[in-house]
Every structure is written in structure tokens, then in C-alpha cells.
Design a protein around this ligand. Structure first.
Ligand code: UDP
Ligand code: MG
Length: 208
């Protein structure tokens, strides 16, 4: 049996060696505003936004053989095996033709982080971390009505627990490397984006 890395390599998805790719991981609890802020960054700075959760939901819809497994994991707020998510991310990165990516909601645990690094050899430029109290996130999730199977109070509690136990340590890992840009996310969309803009100022603004 091969490793996760071997099986992903077998999928023949790799990046041209000489292309410099910029990746920003966008992390924060469920409902912290990752997707909303990513849309604004895309508009202003020409990144391609890849939401790991959206890619997994699209994979379920496509009727793939992994669909049932992914669907069960999402309903329980559990983290899908790195191999599956990384394959989807790599394909989406290649298909986009872009070289600047916001990877939203990934890596969610140490396994995700280490496998992404091993497979792609990409080091993130930095980690954009949306810091938000649970009460505020809970309120947003319960009022957003996006028809998601995991936006119910029972699954939300499980997602918070997984976030604290598995995802925050990833933020801690990058913090030790000085790579975390922490933003207070308990504010209005525009107030948060004002802070986000300063963080992205090294990247050129898109031409109007
Ligand atoms: N998920 C996963 N791996 C990922 C991203 C998402 O397993 O890399 C699953 C996990 O079950 C998570 C769900 O997809 O609870 C929804 O993730 P998403 O990022 O869409 O939700 P958010 O945290 O933004 O509310
Ligand atoms: Mg999201």
C-alpha cells in the first residue's frame, strides 16, 4: 500500500516546476467570514478563491464514488481525509490557470497541512486568520440560510469543537513561523475588509 502522497502523485496532477505560485491559507472558525472576505479579495487583488468545503460539496453533487463518505463527514462536522481534499484543490488550481490562490477552510488539521506541503511543495505566503467569538459565529451560521446540512445547532457545536481541537493547532504551527495575520472578525464586512486590505497591500491591486 502506498502513502497518501504516493496515491496523489499517481493521479498525475502536478505543477510545472518553474512556476512561482502564491498561496494564502484563509482560516477561522465556521461563520467567521472566510468566504465573504475572500470574495472581496478576489475582486480587488486578482486571486482565485478555492473553498475546500465548496469543492467537497461539488464533489458530492457530481456523484463521485467518494460522495457518500464526504457527505457523512460533513454532516458530522468531521474532517475529510487529506488525500481527497488535496486532489480537488490541485485540480482546481491547475484548471484556473492563475498563480495566486486563496485556499479557504484548509488545512483543517495537522494531517491536511503536512500532506499539502509534501504533495505540492508549496509554502503559504501567510495565513489570514479570522478571529471571532463562538457566540457571534453561531448567530451568523443560524441566520445565513444557505441550505447547508451542517448549519444546524447540533452540527455547529461539533464543528466548533473540531475547529478548536484540530484547526487552531495549525494556526499555532504557522504562528511560530511568524506567518499568521490575525484579523478581528467580529465587525462589519467593510470594517473587516479595511484591515484585510492592509494585509494584501504587497499584492498589486487589480486594474480597474
Ligand atoms: N471540510 C473538510 N476538509 C476541508 C474543508 C471542509 O473535511 O478541508 C468539511 C468539514 O466537514 C467541514 C465542512 O466540510 O465541517 C464545511 O466546511 P466549510 O469550510 O465549507 O465550512 P465553514 O467552516 O466555512 O463554515
Ligand atoms: Mg466557507
Amino acid at each position: 500500500m502506498g502513502t497518501v502522497v504516493d496515491s496523489i502523485k499517481d493521479a498525475h496532477v502536478s505543477f510545472p516546476g518553474d512556476k512561482k505560485i502564491a498561496v494564502v491559507f484563509v482560516l477561522g472558525g465556521p461563520g467567521s467570514g472566510k468566504g465573504t472576505q475572500c470574495a472581496k479579495i478576489v475582486e480587488n487583488y486578482g486571486f482565485t478563491h478555492l473553498s475546500a468545503g465548496d469543492l467537497l460539496r461539488a464533489e458530492i453533487k457530481s456523484g463521485s464514488e467518494n460522495g457518500t463518505m464526504i457527505s457523512n463527514m460533513i454532516k458530522e462536522g468531521k474532517i475529510v481525509p487529506a488525500e481527497v481534499t488535496i486532489n480537488l484543490l490541485q485540480k482546481a488550481m491547475l484548471e484556473s490557470g492563475n498563480d495566486k490562490f486563496l485556499i479557504d477552510g484548509f488545512p483543517r488539521n495537522e494531517e491536511n497541512r503536512a500532506a499539502f506541503e509534501n504533495v505540492t511543495k508549496i509554502e503559504p505566503e501567510f495565513i489570514l486568520f479570522f478571529d471571532c467569538p463562538e457566540e457571534e459565529m453561531e448567530c451568523r451560521l443560524l441566520s445565513r440560510n444557505q441550505g447547508r446540512v451542517d448549519d444546524n445547532i447540533e452540527t455547529i457545536r461539533k464543528r466548533f469543537k473540531v475547529f478548536v481541537e484540530s484547526s487552531l493547532p495549525v494556526v499555532g504551527y504557522y504562528d511560530l513561523k511568524g506567518k499568521v495575520r490575525k484579523v478581528d472578525a467580529a465587525k462589519t464586512v467593510n470594517e473587516v475588509f479595511d484591515v484585510v486590505k492592509d494585509i494584501f497591500s504587497p499584492f498589486h491591486k487589480k486594474a480597474e
